[in-house]
Design a protein around this ligand. Structure first.
Ligand SMILES: [Zn+2]
Length: 365
């Protein structure tokens, strides 16, 4: 079955983790043998061949770079200009992938339908391109995770011209335009300006990572389409990173689709990074089906649930379900959802249909 993944940090992996994502997964892991600079070395689960193998033909791919004042708890670039340059470098990698035929940017409705036609194989939903065939390009929708790199509103307009289609104003900690995960505060004058300009440019608001106060204020100011690209429910995993039932209901009311992530600490309570293990907790992909089911039950339908794995978003196999070796294993989700009683139509909605409907309705281009 065709899968839409609403959150992958592909360029970040290419440039900060130094992963050539055009290569086979085994080879990428091999080249990280002996490296200890990051906990997920040698444990990545995402590359372009695996996306193809898993029939994950369309993804939301991020630009991501944090600006950090000296007091920022997590650190980051020391000026917005450096953060901007980083995101522009990430865009340059996506462009290189386009030139190589590995990826294609999807930024309007015509491009979306053309790309879906390219991947359409109704009688063989998991078709593999023949050996030696040119690689099927992975479609990507450009998104910005944390807006600190937007130096001025003019930079937002320039990004929009480059194909940017969704913006999450905050990431972790206090940001220029909103407060993110593990911090608290309102959006302020600059956040208001950004959201108003996003409305004017018809950009999608990504509510993921907004702290509760910024979430409330952002939804008051912003009138356009919004989604939550990679968020779970606070009822199942109590932490400010996830959404409360009331927030989820507000998102449903606004027509949002919520992508379910596969970062272990967001899937089960009490995860301690570097200590808890998938094996020790017997965390499996079935847990993702449970989170999806929770969203559907709360909404009373299957129209607001989607996939937003965040795989390789700063973690690898040490912090994801133990029965997932590569992102292609997402193809086991239909079976897991069927076991929970989901009919084919609803499974298709969750795996791609909801986000596609959202884009067809939201995009003015
Ligand atoms: Zn994130």
């Amino acid at each position: 079955m065709f899968i839409f993944d609403a959150h992958l940090d592909l360029a970040m992996n290419a440039q900060e983790w130094n992963r050539d994502l055009t290569r086979p997964l085994d080879e990428i892991r091999q080249r990280e043998h002996g490296l200890a600079d990051r906990p997920d070395r040698g444990r990545g689960t995402v590359c372009l061949p695996e996306l193809r193998r898993g029939n994950i033909g369309l993804v939301v791919a991020t630009q991501i770079a944090r600006y950090a004042k000296p007091s920022h708890p997590l650190g980051g670039w020391h000026s917005p200009a450096q953060a901007w340059a980083m995101t522009q470098g990430q865009l340059a990698w996506y462009r290189a992938m386009e030139e190589a035929g590995e990826m294609v940017q999807v930024k309007d409705r015509a491009g979306l339908e053309k790309h879906l036609d390219r991947w359409k194989t109704p009688e063989n939903p998991v078709s593999l391109p023949p050996e030696n065939a040119a690689p099927q390009p992975i479609g990507y929708i450009l998104s910005l995770e944390g807006a600190d790199s937007i130096i001025t509103l003019n930079h937002l307009e320039r990004s929009c011209e480059q194909g940017l289609r969704a913006v999450g104003p905050a990431h972790y900690g206090p940001g220029t335009y909103a407060f993110g995960t593990d911090s608290d505060g309102g959006i302020g004058a600059r956040g208001r300006e950004l959201l108003t300009e996003m409305d004017r440019l018809h950009l999608i608001l990504d509510a993921t990572h907004l702290c509760d106060t910024s979430f409330r204020e952002a939804l008051e100011v912003f009138q356009g389409p919004l989604w939550a690209s990679h968020s779970n429910a606070r009822s199942l995993t109590p932490h400010n990173r996830q959404f409360s039932d009331n927030q989820l209901k507000e998102l449903f009311r606004r027509g949002a689709v919520i992508g379910a992530p596969l970062d272990a600490w967001m899937m089960i309570p009490g995860w301690v990074r570097g200590q808890t293990t998938p094996q020790g907790t017997q965390l499996k992909l079935e847990k993702m089906a449970e989170h999806i089911d929770y969203i559907c039950q709360l909404a009373g339908n299957a129209r607001h649930s989607g996939i937003g794995t965040d795989l390789d978003g700063g973690f690898g196999r040490e912090q994801s379900p133990m029965d997932l070796n590569s992102i292609a294993d997402l193809q086991r989700l239909p079976e897991l959802l069927h076991k929970r009683g989901y009919k084919n139509g609803d499974v298709e909605s969750i795996l791609h249909g909801n986000f596609l409907r959202f884009l067809r309705e939201a995009w003015k281009w």
